[in-house]
Design a binder for this molecule. Structure first.
Ligand SMILES: [Zn+2]
Length: 289
């Protein structure tokens, strides 16, 4: 019995597009090639951004493409009690912040990977009474070194690259970074294969795993699929939905994008035959960063 547990975690902000299919194929093949389990989690924390019916559409599309997941699909929107407990467990490292986006932009003197570094206003001064409160975690002097199975050796110094980051937003929503760490631990996930747009989230997630005394995971970040204009395929860049009646072709295209070089003989093959070939010949090291 393999101890490998992988997962695919789409956000229901629209239908699956080719970029999300590539991430699903990579995590699925890596799990199955390692005799592992493959879980599906719907990351629907941000209800205002959710598109009605998108979660069901995504699951139907995965089925039409021949994916089969293990266990029940988890919905983040039903997990908030667990995130609240985790935030409680982090109380020694978190502090309330009432700064608005504009106040942070006006007072910050440093840019990090994802914008302004939070200058610590609310750590050093009283918070504004009656203002909505976000909770930030102190990044302290955490320097993370980790090995990504595709991207290689990476390191990040949270304080200077990211800054103290939000775990619970002022609008009451738990932040993605906290939710993912709690869910991965609860679901027993051991291997994360996902798009490289999340590469720089990894150190924040590893930091929270450390503070919460949770197991560390193996990571592999696959290259991002771009459109002809060099933009990441996404709902924002109007990436077209993948269609159920085009599954064999799209699956072969995804495998080719992942440098798995499917042979021409698969072009008229059934989905089941393509999957059997893909899993038997899966080699994550053929993917180049
Ligand atoms: Zn603040």
């Amino acid at each position: 019995m393999s101890s490998y547990v992988g997962r695919f975690a789409p956000s229901p902000t629209g239908p699956l597009h080719f970029g999300s299919l590539v991430a699903a194929v990579a995590s699925y093949c890596d799990a199955r090639a390692n005799q592992g389990q493959w879980l599906v989690r719907i990351e629907d924390l941000d209800k205002p951004r959710e598109v009605k019916g998108a979660a069901q559409d995504i699951l139907h599309c995965l089925e039409a493409y021949g994916f089969s997941w293990d266990g029940e699909v988890i919905y983040q929107s039903k997990q908030t009690a667990h995130y609240a407990i985790a935030l409680q467990q982090l109380q020694a490292w978190v502090y309330p912040c009432t700064c608005t986006r504009k106040e942070i932009a006006d007072s910050s003197t440093r840019q990090g990977i994802e914008g302004f570094i939070y200058p610590g206003n609310c750590l050093h001064h009283p918070i504004k009474p009656q203002a909505p409160v976000a909770w930030r975690v102190k990044t302290q002097d955490f320097v993370d070194h980790f090995h990504d199975n595709i991207q290689g050796a990476l390191h990040q110094q949270l304080a200077t690259d990211i800054g103290d980051f939000v775990l619970k937003r002022a609008d009451g929503l738990f932040a993605y970074q906290l939710a993912v760490v709690v869910d991965d631990a609860m679901q027993g996930v051991t291997h994360v294969v996902r798009g490289a747009d999340l590469l720089y989230s990894t150190s924040r997630q590893r930091y929270l795993q450390l503070l919460l005394q949770l197991p560390t995971l193996n990571y592999a970040h696959i290259p991002i699929v771009m459109n002809a204009d060099g933009e990441k395929l996404s709902k924002q860049t109007l990436a077209p939905a993948i269609l159920a009646n085009d599954a064999s072709t799209q699956l072969l295209n995804a495998l080719a994008f992942l440098k798995q070089t499917p042979p021409d003989s698969l072009h008229n093959a059934t989905l089941a035959t393509i999957w059997a070939w893909a899993i038997a010949h899966w080699d994550i090291h053929k993917i180049t960063a």
